[in-house]
Write a protein that binds this ligand. Structure first.
Ligand code: FES
Length: 158
């Protein structure tokens, strides 16, 4: 009878895609998607199976946190490729990147706060006029005529 020798993985062993999925809680399909987008770059073993570095656990963590903060896949890719030798973000890399993300979030909050203010003029209005709507046309040249619709939805564009 053939007996297969079972060995425990060491800290230096690369991870299979299943092991990376298990370690990060991310679906295998999502890891393949990240690979397609160049966010992780596994090598292949002689059998053609993906092999990930242990540091890719941290790389996936970076991707997940950045996505939570609203970064697109392209922006995450840009952040990762900006690092020397495409390294996985170090503690100081993340400190620097997260500081710049705070500025970006502050800008988004300001923009949303302004939009919420403009939404007040839409509530109860219903005009959907591209000329008069404060959400669509915040520099409304008809604002001087007062709140509410001045044209209907069938208004021809200028
Ligand atoms: S729907 Fe926005 S002002 Fe009328």
């Amino acid at each position: 009878m053939h007996s297969e020798k079972v060995t425990s993985p060491t800290a230096a062993d690369p991870l299979s895609i299943g092991q990376l999925a298990e370690r990060t809680g991310v679906a295998v399909s999502a890891i393949r998607f990240y690979e397609d987008k160049g966010l992780v770059q596994p090598t292949r073993n002689t059998g053609g199976q993906r092999r990930f570095k242990r540091a890719d656990v941290r790389r996936i963590s970076f991707i997940l946190i950045a996505q939570k903060l609203g970064l697109s896949i392209r922006e995450i890719g840009d952040a990762l490729t900006s690092l020397p030798d495409r390294r996985t973000p170090t503690q100081s890399d993340w400190a620097r990147i997260s500081a710049s993300l705070k500025d970006r979030l502050d800008q988004q909050i300001d923009a949303l706060t302004q939009m919420r203010g403009r939404l007040d003029s839409c509530i109860g209005c219903g005009c959907l006029s591209l000329k008069a709507c404060q959400l669509y046309n915040p520099r409304d040249r008809l604002a001087g005529l007062g709140a509410g619709p001045h044209f209907g939805v069938t208004d021809p564009p200028d």
